[in-house]
Structures are given as C-alpha cells and as structure tokens.
Design a protein around this ligand. Structure first.
Ligand SMILES: NC(=O)c1ccc[n+]([C@@H]2O[C@H](COP(=O)([O-])OP(=O)(O)OC[C@H]3O[C@@H](n4cnc5c(N)ncnc54)[C@H](OP(=O)(O)O)[C@@H]3O)[C@@H](O)[C@H]2O)c1
Length: 193
C-alpha cells in the first residue's frame, strides 16, 4: 500500500514537472529584444558597450505593456524595474531582495508558464548572454538592433542560424552626433523547416 502511494506521488510530481511549460501549447509570443554588435558583443563590465538613445527608445516602445524576462545580472545593471512592464528576474538565489511587483523565478520554463497563466500577450526575453543562450530554443520572434561596429565585449549574443529566421522588416539609422555607431533595427520570425 505504501508503495502504491509513493508511486502515485512520484507520478504526480512527474506530471507537474512536465506540465509546467509546453512550448507547443502556449498562446503568448516569446520574443528576444537585443542590441548586438557585428561580433555579437552585447555587454562589457555588466553594462552596455555603447550609448544609443534611439535604440533605448525602440526598446521602450517594443517592450512596454509586455513582460520583460531577464537574468539577475541584467536586472542589477538596470538598477530598477522597467516601468510599464511586468518585470521577471531569473536567479538561483532564493529570496533575492527585489522591489514589490518584480517576480523572481529560479527556472525559465516555470517563469514562462506563470506568464502564460496571466494572459499576457508577449514575454520579451531581454538578456543577458546567459539567458539568451538558455532561451534560444523557445524564442519565435527576434527584435535585433544590429550595431554596425566590432566592439570589445565580455558578453555575447548567441549566433543565430539564418536558415531558421525570416527577416520581416528592417530600418537603418546612421551614426550622428548622438550615436557613435550606425545601426539597423531588424525583426525576425522563426521559421520551421
Ligand atoms: N545589448 C543588449 O541588448 C543587452 C541586453 C541585456 C544585457 N546586456 C548586457 O549583458 C550583460 C549581462 O549578461 P550576463 O550573461 O552576464 O548575465 P545575465 O544573463 O543577465 O544574468 C545571469 C544570471 O542569471 C541567473 N541565471 C542564469 N541561468 C539561470 C537559470 N538557468 N535559472 C535561473 N537563473 C539563472 C543567474 O543569477 P544568480 O547568479 O543570481 O543565480 C546568473 O548569474 C551586461 O553587460 C548587460 O549590460 C546587454
């Protein structure tokens, strides 16, 4: 009898584990929002390797009203929650002190499963390098600001396989007095072959 109860508990635990997130069943969009140099550098010394005000405006327009999912280091580099967005931080440090309203998860799929439950339309993965790498198989949309420079970085965006990503639109911004580098906003959708 004890063995049957233990077996049932084990099966229930397995069901809970595998039902937390099924990427085929979710209705929300999982996207990446990233600015990456030609050499895929995205960060240096836990900050951005450039100052591009128009890209910050694009980031704000693209993510407002949605959820933003980020690693603990990216959250700390921002220093505070992004207003007008549901902020989700990934960390393995249980009880990490975060302001009210910021959600903490120790697991990406559990975070996405919880966001799906809220009915939110889009979960934007906003970095950094570790989280982009982790989430790459789950992303179906990519908002990429390609910064036309090779910069010194210590954090990188994973190389994307262009045979799996369709470019939907792009718009170039030239370098000017406020922008040291030219850059191109691009939006891609993942295509299944
Ligand atoms: N250019 C861009 O678009 C862009 C965007 C975002 C960030 N960045 C840059 O990227 C850099 C930061 O990126 P990063 O790769 O160093 O760090 P990160 O991805 O922001 O955060 C890494 C942290 O996330 C947590 N984490 C990692 N894997 C996890 C998992 N499987 N489950 C739960 N938590 C997990 C861990 O936190 P704990 O150690 O607390 O457990 C880990 O230390 C900065 O330079 C930032 O400026 C650039």
């Amino acid at each position: 009898m004890v063995t049957v109860i233990a077996l049932k508990r084990y099966i229930n635990a397995l069901c809970r584990h595998f039902s937390t997130f099924d990427s085929d069943k979710i209705t929300m969009i999982v996207s990446f929002v990233v600015a990456a140099a030609e050499n895929n550098a995205i960060g240096k010394d836990n900050t951005l390797p450039w100052r591009l005000p128009e890209d910050l405006k694009f980031f704000k327009r693209t993510t407002t009203g949605k959820a933003v999912v980020m690693g603990r280091k990216t959250y700390q580099s921002l220093g505070k929650p992004l207003p007008g967005r549901l902020n989700v931080v990934l960390s393995r440090t249980a009880g990490l002190a975060l302001p009210e309203g910021v959600l903490l998860f120790a697991d990406l799929k559990a975070a996405l499963a919880a966001l799906e439950e809220t009915g939110i339309e889009e979960a934007c993965i906003i970095g950094g390098g570790v989280i982009f790498e982790l989430a790459m198989p789950l992303a179906e949309r990519l908002y990429l600001t390609r910064v036309h420079a090779v910069v010194d970085g210590d954090t990188f965006f994973p190389a994307i396989d262009h045979s799996h990503w369709l470019l939907k639109w792009e718009k170039k911004h030239e370098a000017d007095e406020k922008h040291l580098y030219p850059f191109t906003f691009q939006e891609y959708e993942r295509i299944e072959l």
